[in-house]
Each structure stands twice: as C-alpha cells, then as structure tokens.
Ligand binder design. Structure first.
Ligand SMILES: Nc1ncnc2c1ncn2[C@@H]1O[C@H](COP(=O)(O)OP(=O)(O)OP(=O)(O)O)[C@@H](O)[C@H]1O
Length: 857
C-alpha cells in the first residue's frame, strides 16, 4: 500500500509539476499561527498575521470546490464504493489536504442525487457466493490510494482503536448448526455427588469420569466452554455492565468540585493475600505474600477523605498542608475561557498571571477534563512540571522524567539515541497527544528547544514538539530556571526559546487573584512582582517581622532562600522530638577521584537522621502518585520482612505497634526475626515507615528503603553512585521547593535572597498578612528580571494592538490580556472594598498606566 501510495504521488507530481503545492505542504507541516518566532514580538507579528493565509489550505479548498462544481453540474457522482472512490482530477498534493472534505461532500451529493443510493454496491462481502472477479467493479482495482498526512505518523500506528464488531460482514444465514444432542448424552459412569449441569454450561466430556481414576466427589465445575462444543453453542449474551458508583462524574461540567475530583481517584483494590497462617508458610508462600504485600503497599490505602492524622505528628501534617478546598470551586470566566480553548478547541495555550490567580486550579480542571476525554487511552495525556514538588501538586512527573533525557545536557541527537534506548520514554513521546507543563518559569529555554526538536524527530512529525498539543502555565516573574553550573551561561527563559512562539497558539493572562482576599496585601505583592515597590509597602512588610501567634495550633512552615538555612532549621525541629534517632549513611561508589565532587550537589544527603514524627519529603519518583516532592510523616521503623508480613496499611513497627493484638504481634515478631536471621545472619536493618499525604486526598504508606542515584556519562558508563533513603527532612523548605504552594502560616527569612523573583514567590505563598512573618525585608532584595519585564510588556502591547483592530481580525487572539491590573477576586467582595478605599494608594498611576505596570512597564 505504501509503495502504491508513493507511485501514485510520484505520478501526480509528474503530471502536474506544481512546486507551489509542495511548498504548501511544507507550510502545513510548519504552521505559523503564532507570532514571528525569531524576534518574539507578538504585536509585530500580529500585524502580519492573517487567519486564513494558509497557501496549502487555500489551494486545497480551491481544488476541492472546483472539483465539486464540475461534478454537481448534472453529473452525479458514483456512490461510495467500498473504501475507494474514483480519483478527482486535481493533483495529489491538493488531495492531501482536501481528501476528507471532498469525500464527505461527494458522499452527500451522491445520496441526494440518486434515488437508489443505498442499494448500490453493498459493503457486505458475500463470502458464501462470491462474485467472479470479472463481475466486480474494475474501478476498485484501478483506484489510487489517498494518503492523509497522519497516515505516516508513528503515533497513528499505535492508535489501537477498537473496531465495532457490527462493521464486520454478517454471517451467512445458512451456516449449518449442529443438532442439539448434548443433553441426550448419557454418562456410563456418573460421578457420585456431581450434579448435572445444563448442556449450555457444560460439555459432554464433563460428565465422564476421568480415565483410570476412581471417581471422587467434586465440586461442580464452573461453567466452562470446551473446544468440542464451540460449534453448537450460540454466542453468549453480553452481560450488562455498570461502572461502580465511585466512577460517576459530576453532571455539571462547568463546575469543578475539587473534593469530588479528589475522591474520584479510585484505585484497583489490592489482591487478597492467600489465607495461609504465617507460621505454616512455605518459602514459596512467603515469596507470594511478599509480592502481594509489596503490591498492596504501592497502592493508596484509602480513597475516602483522609483520616485524622495520628496524634504523634499533628503539627507536621498541618504545617504543610495545601489549604484544603472544602467547598466547590467554580471557575471564573477567564479560567473557563482557557479551559475551553484547551479542551474543546485543542489549542496549544500558555496561560500566565500573578501568584494566586488560580493557574494551578485551572490546570487541575483542565487535567480532569482531559482525563475524561482520554478515559480509554490515558497515555494520550502527559502531566508534567518543571520541578518535583510542582509535579506533585498536579499529580504528574517532572518534564525531565517524562522526556527520558536524564539531566538533558547532551545535544539533541544524543538525547534522541538515549530516548530510543528507553522503551518507556520513547512510548511516552509517541503516545502523548497533550502535554501539560506546569511552573514553566523554571524550564530552561534551551531545554524547551531541545524537547521541541526531540518531539519532531521521535514522532517523525515536522511540527513543533512533533505536533503535541501544549498546555503551559507559570509566571515568569516567579523563579527563573536554575542556572547551568557547568557552562556558566546566562539563564535563558522558556519564552526566549526559538520554538516558543511557534509552539503556542494562544497566550492568556489571568488577572483575578484568589489566594489573597485582602486587596491591600494583594497589591503589596503585585508591587513586589514587578520590582517597583513603594516606600509605604516597604514599611508594611517590615512591620510583619513580629512573631506569629500559635493559639490556633497550626504549625508554621519556614521558608529560606538557601539549602543550609533549611537544613539548620530542620535539625532544630528534629532535636525537639523526644524519640529515638535513627541515622542512615549513604553508600557511595564510583571513581574516587571524581566521586566526591559529583555527589556533592546530590539531593540525597550523605547522612540523614530521622525520628518518629519527623516531617519528610520524598526525593524520588516512585510511581504516578508518590513522586519527588510528596510530603509525609515518619510513623515508625521496621525491617523489610516485618513490613512485608504485617502489611503497611496499619502503620506499625518499632515505635508504632500499639494497635496490634499482643499475641499476633509476638508471632509476627518471632517469624520476622526468623526470616531476617535466615537471610542475613544478623539483626535486620529497620527502615522508616512513612505515611505520605498526596494533594488528591489519598494517604499512602511506604517503607522507604535505600534507592540509587547515578551520575552517568552519555555512553551510559556510571561515574558515581549514591545509595541512600529517598527522603529529606521537610519542616522547613527552600523557597524554590515552595513555589506553587499555598500556606496559611508561613515564616520567611529573606536575609540570603539571591535570585530574582525569590522574595515575591516566598511572600506570595501566604494567604494573609496575619499568617505571614517576614524577617530581614529590604527593598533591594525585591528584584524583577528586566527581560521578563520586557516579555510581559510585549504581551501587553500585543493586547492593545489587538483591541484596536477591526472585530473580524480579533476573532483568533494571540493574546488575551485584560486591560487592568491583577486584583483580588470580585466574588469575595473584596473588589468593592478595594474601589472604596481611596486612602490606600497602591500604585500611583492612571488606570492605563497601572495596567501597563501590571505587565511590566
Ligand atoms: N475559581 C476560583 N474560585 C475560588 N478560589 C480559587 C479559584 N481559583 C483558584 N482559587 C484559590 O486560589 C488559591 C491559589 O490558587 P492557585 O494555587 O491555583 O494559584 P496559582 O496562580 O497557581 O498560584 P502560584 O502562581 O503562586 O502557584 C488557592 O487557594 C485556590 O483554591
């Protein structure tokens, strides 16, 4: 078929040496609905942009319409014949684009123009009395093959859509059926105690006693279809199946109930372990038990709302809990608009806006909607973020993990080779249709270009990212990409990537602030965001140095700019816990000459000390829901064998077995001791049992055993390796790790702020001034990156230009920035308050100037 297609295309090319059509095809593969990719000036580009200036599309449409005209003038087309149709006279290049529309219009024309349209040429092939070859329509064999652009995509090769059985040819009615004699079969040796089953459930062979074996009482066989009765049995009636109640989706799509969304995350129940007493277990039974318990522990232990956390560590859980949204969140108009562009119109969208404007909430709503869309094919949606913690917040993985590029330092060709060696990563690239990227401000521009190029190569599709729909969010006024330590090059933002503009159809600015209800506080933060902070705001922030009261019992989360400060604070908190300390030292291997240096900046610490009740963070992706950034509490310590035998769900172990039946506890202890001694000959190591709290409301318990981190050369050769628990202490967080969080009680020390956007990110985590303590605030520490300011200026200019254009031109906006500064949500009633408080002079500018300031002027 492929060679016929090539021949056909070749023939068409020769008959119509139309270079313009080839150029048209090329343009179709590199669509330019976005602004000029080189200068990044959206406003300039928009002036040049014409919505329907697609050379190829126009040529195809003209060809199709001329074709339709010529055939509709008193010469009705032949009806559809099988899968083929008579070729139109226009060239092949045009047919690429118009094949679908021309076919459908022809089908309609033929149905309208002929009275016997439905009679001609049935699609069903008569297998019993096939017509001789000579009687068949010769046009079929001569018909050319039409190829759509997607036919060559790897992606489509993998599209295993189920074909409805009704499309198959009907069975001939005279198919011989065997006489129903099965019920008359008499069994010469009926097995005693066996109840006869009806013929439709059991074959005759089931009634005979097995040869050379004495008959023994047996339980009735489950209905089983044997090969011998296949001919005589009619197809079983399909059972009516209903989805479990928990799978039902909310009726109203426009309202997103976050709680409902969270509780919809249903997991398959773990298989029940075999009913074998522990002390009776054979080696293979123990193995089986281990396997089952391991599987069990990998799954969320509950799907209901999370239980109150053990009294041992209430603070730890409360302190970092993302503010629970117990009420339904209805998306604002601007959020709904973005969702519709993504989910209904399949557009590639970048939506941005100040902290707290609901970017993550909107992203979750989009993910929920897209998951519904790809319910039967979940791999089509990939959810990623620039950092592990951000990925955890939206239930995804890091962009690096998704792409399978490791650190991604190599050039594109090497990275492609690396991905091709990794079947999982390669499959992700091929299967994904929509790629979500959260917290894009930390995605490096070079990485963005590399991934775009990798997508094109691996998917064999010339469009940016190989044609994957991108849904990107983030605020470039927040944290920039982490600079490349080796090259010492200046940081490059994702919006500075060469492929940024061509990858995105729409840029939308969200303006309604939800996190901070207090308009004064919201505007103090907005000034910080832009790096244009008034003296009054400086004074207000300095007043927040007072300590926070602790009367509500909520623990304060501490944020620091540097890792050392974070470590010092966590050590202090650990020391305050009374329990026994457990120290875990890393096992390092590799070339001693380079090992120390290579492992110095590794997330996994050289040594970590833990206690029961300690708040920890996972630093490695375990699976879809336990990811780098998941927060949890240490519930106790136990050996692997105890964990596997007792199960993780109850959370017992050394220091946590109080709920266990004493007799059972003794037996388990004895048995696990026996196992431990038989395997190692000495007391087994006890590892921390951690209950992790996922943002989707589930709680999962995991015995955290050492994991490996490797530093590899591009050849795959391991230079250094560290084996350590995948945990760090997490009472205090670095500001980088806190990006994306909403914290009700937060203490920020800005003394060592070193990065642009860092102070803004830290303070904008707070929901109110009452819940925020700020230490060492200085005006000069509040910095906005000049290139980010410039980028948002351009977006604003493009928006202004757009508004000045005639309505017809603005039907497909590139940007959708509203001409106003970011404000607290009107629905909280705060907007009125904001308007009435004339004494609060936030930004001393006219309305338009204020709007410009909001976007960087
Ligand atoms: N449509 C909405 N209605 C009510 N509350 C909302 C809405 N959208 C978001 N919120 C609330 O606003 C707060 C901030 O939301 P979110 O974290 O999504 O903001 P963000 O723009 O992602 O912030 P950041 O840039 O700091 O990560 C959350 O507490 C969220 O529940």
């Amino acid at each position: 078929m492929l060679s016929r297609a090539v021949q056909s295309a070749g023939a068409s090319d020769q008959s119509a040496p139309n270079h313009a059509s080839k150029a048209g095809l090329a343009k179709e593969l590199f669509p330019s609905s976005s602004p000029n990719p080189h200068d990044g000036n959206i406003a300039d580009h928009f002036k040049k942009h014409r919505p329907s200036q697609n050379v190829f599309g126009v040529a195809a449409a003209q060809a199709a319409s001329s074709f339709n005209r010529s055939h509709s003038a008193g010469q009705p087309l032949k009806p559809r014949s099988g899968n083929f149709s008579k070729p139109p006279s226009f060239n092949t290049a045009s047919s690429f684009g118009s094949v679908r529309s021309s076919n459908s219009s022809r089908a309609i024309t033929s149905l309208c123009g002929k009275t016997d349209s439905f009679k001609d040429e049935p699609d069903v092939i008569d297998l019993v009395n096939p017509a001789p070859q000579s009687q068949r329509n010769p046009v079929k064999t001569a018909a050319p093959v039409y190829i759509a652009e997607d036919d060559f995509s790897d992606d489509d090769d993998l599209d295993l859509d189920f074909e409805r059985p009704s499309a198959l040819p009907q069975l001939p009615p005279q198919l011989p059926t065997l006489p129903r004699t099965t019920s008359a079969v008499t069994d010469p040796h009926p097995a005693s105690g066996t109840s006869a089953l009806s013929w439709s459930q059991s074959s005759p062979s089931h009634y005979r006693a097995p040869p050379q074996r004495p008959p023994r009482p047996a339980a009735p066989q489950p209905p089983k279809r044997a090969a011998s009765d296949a001919d005589s049995i009619a197809a079983p009636k399909a059972k009516k199946r209903a989805l479990p109640k928990s799978w039902q989706r909310p009726a109203k799509e426009e309202y997103i109930d976050v709680d409902e969304y969270q509780s919809m995350t249903v997991t398959t129940p773990a298989p029940k372990p075999k009913d074998v007493a522990l002390w009776d277990a054979t080696a293979s039974a123990v193995k089986e038990q281990k396997k089952q318990l391991k599987n069990q522990s990998k799954k969320p232990t509950q799907v209901e709302p999370p239980k109150p956390v053990e009294p041992t560590a209430p603070q730890a859980v409360k302190s970092h809990a993302v503010v629970a949204t117990n009420h339904a969140i209805s998306l604002s108009n601007e959020q709904r608009h973005v969702k519709s562009l993504v989910c209904d119109k399949n557009q590639s969208v970048f939506f941005t806006g100040p902290a707290g404007t609901g970017k993550s909430v909107l992203m979750r709503a989009i993910i929920q909607e897209m998951k519904k869309k790809w319910l039967r094919d979940p791999e089509r949606l990939a959810v990623t973020a620039s950092t592990g913690l951000a990925a955890c917040n939206i239930g995804g993985m890091t962009l690096h993990s998704f792409s399978g590029i490791g650190l991604g330092k190599e050039d594109v060709q090497q990275l492609v080779k690396k991905i091709r060696r990794n079947p999982k990563a390669k499959n992700r690239w091929l299967r994904t249709k929509t790629l979500i990227i959260d917290e894009v401000s930390m995605v490096d521009g070079e990485l963005f270009d590399k991934l775009s190029q990798i997508g094109r190569i691996i998917r064999n599709n010339g469009r940016p990212w190989g044609g994957i729909q991108l849904v990107i969010t983030g605020d470039f006024f927040q944290l920039p990409p982490v600079p490349d330590g080796d090259k010492k090059r200046e940081v490059k933002f994702a919006f500075e990537a060469a492929t940024w503009n061509t990858s995105i159809d729409h840029t939308i600015g969200l303006t309604e602030v939800f996190r901070q209800k207090d308009p004064v506080f919201a505007n103090m933060l907005n000034e910080m965001r832009l790096g244009r902070i008034s003296e009054q705001t400086v004074e207000s922030f300095k007043k927040l140095a007072r300590p926070l009261g602790s009367d509500d019992g909520l623990e304060v989360t501490e944020l620091f700019p540097t890792r050392n400060e974070v470590e010092a604070s966590n050590s202090r908190r650990l020391a305050a816990l009374g329990d026994q300390a457990h120290r875990f030292d890393a096992f390092d291997s590799g070339d001693p000459a380079v090992r120390e240096k290579l492992l110095a900046n590794m997330m996994a610490p050289k040594a970590i000390t833990l206690k029961k009740g300690a708040q920890v963070m996972l630093i490695k992706n375990m699976d879809e829901t336990l990811v780098n950034g998941s927060l949890g509490t240490v519930m106790g310590f136990m050996s692997e064998s105890t964990f596997e035998l007792t199960g993780a769900a109850d959370g017992y172990g050394s220091g946590g077995e109080e709920h266990m039946d004493p007799n059972f506890k003794k037996r388990v202890a004895a048995f696990s001791r026996q196992l431990d001694n038989s395997s190692s000959g000495s007391k087994a190591v006890e590892y921390p049992l951690v209950r992790f709290h996922a943002v989707d409301g589930t709680s999962r318990t995991l015995l955290c055993v050492p994991e490996e981190w490797k530093v590899e050369l591009p050849t795959g050769e391991v230079q250094a390796c560290r084996k350590q628990l995948p945990l760090i202490l997490a009472w205090a967080l670095s500001i980088h790790k806190a990006q994306g969080q909403t914290l009700e009680r937060v203490k920020v020390d800005l003394g060592k702020v070193f990065e642009k956007g860092q102070a803004y990110v830290a303070l904008s985590r707070a929901t109110s001034q009452q819940g925020l303590q700020v230490l060492r605030f200085e005006k000069h520490k509040v910095m906005a990156h000049p290139r980010v300011v410039q980028f948002y200026n351009k977006l604003y200019s493009a928006e202004t230009a757009l508004k000045k254009r005639p309505t017809a031109m603005t039907s497909q906006p590139i940007t959708n920035f509203t001409n106003k500064a970011a404000m607290p949500s009107a629905r909280s009633g705060s907007i009125t308050a904001f308007a009435q408080r004339k004494d609060v002079e936030v930004i001393d500018l006219e309305e338009e100037e204020a709007a410009m300031a909001a976007y960087g002027y």
